[in-house]
Design a protein around this ligand. Structure first.
Ligand code: ADP
Ligand code: ZN
Length: 600
């Protein structure tokens, strides 16, 4: 997403290539070695003479000459009418010499070779035999290097940038920016704050979904205060050898102290800062890393003007120790952008692009509720790409619409061949969603129905979301369940069979039903109660077994009722369903207007 991540990716690519080349060289080395050994072995086979054979030959008087090398039990034997020298391994040189003397062979027959060439040869073959070990050693060293050991030039994957990004580059988030202004002032002029005795937060936790701009705002603080920005990601710590995570954290802070005032940004802090457990292996390693982080946060001198920003989407997962005063004691939650926010983000990212005059960023903003800043940036970028491919001079509305679709449901998989049977099933499934929705007051705003496969989905029914909602009513949730089960209901009634195509619908429906009962207190019998077994696994036990059963029963009732209602609506609107499904089979995509026409 961000520029920095791109850089990191490139760095990783480089490392990968480097690694691949080295591994290739090592493998080739090993192959050559193996080939040499095999050949050598074959030669040796041919030229071998066993000790007993040698004794026999000596007895037969066919040995012309024996050559021995000091310190080696291998002797070279020249037989009388054989061109090539043979080799024999003797059990003991001393005993062999005595034996040969005993046999009263002529004195010049044994040639004791003491020249340096022979010794060099011995050393050479010795070296050759440890070559595999050397290669293995090289491989291990390489692996350590890949892990960042011994790589002194680089500061352990952390990146320092002098950020040119300022608050002007961050759209919306006015309140958040306002809160951050204090930190900017502090970084610019820490003395003033110290003299006043003011306490400035050392650690700020930025909470929010990926792509909501946490990295962006951290960079903007650095840019605004004109101080360096050092960053690293928590996930980089987990794949490491024991103790490396902790040492990296130490190095990171050492570096920060050298260049202070500065910002340290730790992305995905949950990767190291998850609750400590008394586990072993990877967990213990994480504990060491986390402990080091805690030590560093506590060890700041008053002189050091360093602010640590950390990002996470799961603040509830973090070890409580991280959140204590003096550590990450300030929390800023970055929500998904609202309508105005989305428009502002689109405006920022539209700056360097050319649009046709018909393009209305506001209406794009209206259609993209629930999108993150990164999604919106992505849409405009995709739109520019699509416009280029289509040879448009400027980006048109159609380009943007296509980009929205692409970003929303993944690329059209045109190459995927869909069988007629699958097509019919998908058509009825999607028509089922659409028809059922059209009969429900809160669900009827259908924007598009399609059976073109995109991403993992076989088809989709798109709803118009032109309103930022903060509250959803019980009726709306119930009707959502009915709409979700409309696909399955149509399959059952029309084809008298059901498919796996509805699995995601059912999953989503079950989640909603569960939340209605255990989170929003929407059950008549159980009343307003919130149960979060993820946070406290014993909560249900406290409430009693019967209570747990009651929850299950309530969830089931919600889902069953919704399914029955969906089937009733399908039955009542069977003709319309057929019309829509047939149209889908023929055209694959139908717009809102076409849909309204079909169900008139
Ligand atoms: P996070 O760190 O929360 O995952 P990023 O900061 O990496 O998200 O955001 C990714 C990209 O999305 C940014 O580089 C920027 O282009 C865009 N973006 C996100 N939020 C905003 C915003 N409020 N204003 C402008 N651009 C944004
Ligand atoms: Zn469905």
């Amino acid at each position: 997403m961000s520029e920095q991540k791109n850089k990191k990716d490139k760095e990783k690519m480089k490392q990968k290539i480097y690694m691949t080349v080295t591994v290739a060289i090592i493998i080739i080395g090993l192959i050559i070695l193996a080939a040499y050994l095999i050949m050598d072995n074959q030669n040796a086979e041919e030229n071998k003479l066993t000790y007993t054979e040698l004794i026999e030959k000596i007895d037969d008087g066919v040995v012309e000459k024996i050559e021995m090398t000091v310190g080696s039990t291998t002797v070279k034997v020249k037989l009388k009418d054989v061109e090539k020298e043979k080799q024999t391994i003797v059990p003991s040189t001393q005993a062999f010499i005595e034996l040969v003397q005993e046999k009263k062979l002529e004195g010049n027959m044994i040639d004791l070779n003491q020249n340096p060439e022979g010794i060099l040869k011995t050393i050479g073959s010795g070296l050759f035999s440890i070559l595999p070990t050397l290669l293995l050693l090289a491989l291990i060293i390489l692996m350590f290097k890949m892990q960042g050991l011994g790589d002194k030039g680089k500061v352990y994957d952390s990146e320092t940038t002098n950020s040119k990004i300022t608050f002007d580059d961050v759209a919306g988030l006015d309140e958040e920016k306002h809160e951050m202004m204090e930190i900017v002032d502090f970084l610019k002029n820490p003395k003033r704050f110290y003299e006043m005795g003011a306490k400035i937060p050392r650690g700020v936790l930025l909470c929010g979904q990926p792509g909501t701009g946490k990295t962006l705002i951290a960079k903007a603080i650095a840019g605004q205060a004109n101080v360096p920005f050092i960053s690293m990601s928590g996930s980089e710590f987990i794949e490491m050898f024991a103790g490396l995570g902790a040492s990296r954290v130490r190095k990171l802070f050492e570096k920060a102290k050298k260049i202070s005032p500065c910002i340290i940004f730790i992305d995905e802090i949950d990767a190291i800062g998850s609750r400590r457990t008394s586990g072993s292996g990877a967990e213990t390693e994480n504990n060491q890393t986390l402990n080091q982080l805690l030590v560093e946060m506590d060890g700041f001198d008053t002189e050091e003007t360093i602010i640590v920003l950390a990002a996470t989407n799961r603040p509830e997962m973090l070890d409580k120790a991280l959140l204590r005063p003096g550590r990450f004691d300030r929390r800023i939650t970055i929500a998904l952008p609202d309508l105005r926010g989305r428009e502002a983000i689109l405006k920022i990212h539209a700056k360097e692009k050319k649009f046709s005059s018909e393009v209305d960023l506001k209406s794009i903003a209206e259609d993209t509720a629930g999108f993150t800043g990164a999604d919106l940036a992505n849409i405009l970028n995709e739109a520019a790409i699509i416009a280029t491919i289509n040879d448009h001079d400027v980006i048109t509305n159609k380009d943007i619409e296509d980009a929205v679709k692409k970003v929303t449901v993944g690329l059209e998989k045109q190459s995927r061949v869909v069988s007629e049977k699958d097509k019919k099933l998908t058509a009825y499934h999607e028509a089922g969603h659409a028809i059922v929705s059209s009969q429900l007051e809160t669900q009827k705003d259908i924007k598009e129905v399609s059976i073109i496969p995109r991403g993992v989905a076989g088809g989709y029914t798109m709803y118009r979301t032109n309103e930022d909602k903060y509250y959803i009513s019980k009726t709306e949730m119930q009707e959502k369940l009915v709409a979700l089960l409309g696909g399955r209901a149509a399959e059952k009634i029309v084809l008298n069979d059901i498919s796996t195509g509805a699995s995601n619908d059912i999953e989503v429906a079950t989640d909603i039903a569960k939340n209605m009962i255990t989170k929003y207190g929407m059950s008549e019998t159980l009343g307003p109660i919130s149960i979060n077994t993820e946070q406290d696994p014993y909560e249900l036990q406290l409430l009693g077994e019967k209570f747990g059963d009651a929850i299950g029963a309530e969830v089931k009732i919600l889902l069953d009722n919704a399914y029955v209602r969906a089937q009733t609506l399908i039955h009542e609107n069977r003709e319309k369903l057929d019309r829509v499904a047939q149209a889908l089979i023929k055209k694959e995509v139908i717009s809102a207007e076409e849909f309204q026409e079909l169900i008139k």
